[in-house]
Design a protein around this ligand. Sequence first.
Ligand code: DHB
Ligand code: MG
Length: 219
Amino acid sequence: MSATFTPVTEPIAAYIETLFSAEDEILRQLRQEAAAAGMPAIHISGAQGAVLQVLLMAIGAERVLEIGSLGGYSAIVMARALPPTGKVVCVEINPTYCAFIERQATRAGLADRIEVRCGAALEVLDQLPMEPLFDAVFIDADKPNYGNYLERCYGRVRSGGLIIADNTLAWGHIAEQNPTFEPANVQALQEYNRRIAAHPGLRTAMIPTGDGMTVAIKR
Ligand code: DHB
Ligand code: MG
């Protein structure tokens, strides 16, 4: 009987990656091609991918909205947790990255399950029809806009659907009162966690895998 919190040390994180990673050869190659193309290595971890897949499968997700897709790593991970008729709508601001995602989706045999919308997310969302609703949203774009993404996405998620955000442990700085590391980003993530924890329409939990994912289910 214990309320002990077990810190995820490097060896424990490596252990989790070894046993519970969603990464396969296709995703490994995507990472290599992304690095060769000069893209930052800020994709989710294999273990985070496995968590996302379990969450999406648990709710029987068919439609997922991703805000900030980078090279399509998490989009491919999530698309694989959907039925063949499922769809991940990727919103990505960088046109070079958008083309990269489309190539990778085709290479992964998921071109029909991954749809890329190129542009700034708030503008793309303004153009996107309100229906059909999404089963899940994964927020992983610019941190200062996380609150705006939450606000704009809430009405687009079905009851029983999920709103998941990446980096909500803020590179390890989330509990600092006066962060000096990327303070604008860390404070935005602190504000996001505060807001979503208090949101009356959501039940929220923190999954401290990778750099942390806040997972909220819509009541
Ligand atoms: C950064 C962004 C991310 O989404 C991430 O997972 C890691 C790092 C960044 O902007 O530095
Ligand atoms: Mg991230």
